[in-house]
Design a protein around this ligand. Structure first.
Ligand SMILES: [Zn+2]
Length: 166
């Protein structure tokens, strides 16, 4: 049921402000002709949208992560992104994913999806586990622009327009 309470600052329904945007595939996989159907592809689930771990031959290993963005007005937008990781980090993640040790998992990878507004494809990013039931969260980056996306409160009108016109 959609609420008809309207945001005073941008005029959208307030329901539109806490969104989750999940990328189905890493951009480098999307750019190949066979995508996740390439021979030798391994996924942690039956389809790419549900998978959290993915390895595509000649493209690379990927792990899902959450990238939460704080918006003005106390709202948030969470991107379900893919990170490109080292092959041994994919193995390490797969080993602990359903174990108590998952809580200590730290991954240093590269953003494998271009975000609306900022881009940042291939930007280095560290992901850590904050909630056992969730994929790791992007937490910090050596890149100043990425760090600002991860930590600053961003103007929600700009961000929501960019996401809803995709
Ligand atoms: Zn608004």
């Amino acid at each position: 049921m959609s609420s008809d309470i309207v945001c005073a600052s941008c005029g959208r329904s307030v329901d539109a402000h806490n969104q989750h945007y999940r990328f189905t595939l890493p951009d480098p996989v999307l750019d190949t002709p066979e995508r996740e159907h390439a021979e030798g592809t391994w996924m942690s689930d039956a389809d790419a949208n549900r998978s959290v771990l993915l390895q595509v031959p000649n493209v690379g290993p990927f792990v899902r992560a959450l990238l939460p963005v704080k918006l003005t007005g106390g709202f948030a937008l969470t991107f379900g992104v893919w990170l490109a990781v080292h092959p041994e980090d994919l193995q390490r993640a797969a080993r602990v994913w359903h174990q108590p040790e998952y809580s200590d998992l730290v991954l240093d990878g590269w953003l494998a999806n271009a975000l609306p507004v900022w881009g940042l494809l291939a930007c280095p990013v560290r992901a850590v586990v904050r909630v056992m039931e969730h994929t790791p969260y992007c937490s910090e980056s050596a890149n100043a622009k990425m760090n600002s996306v991860l930590t600053d409160e961003l103007p929600h009108d700009l961000i929501l327009s960019a996401v809803t016109t995709r």
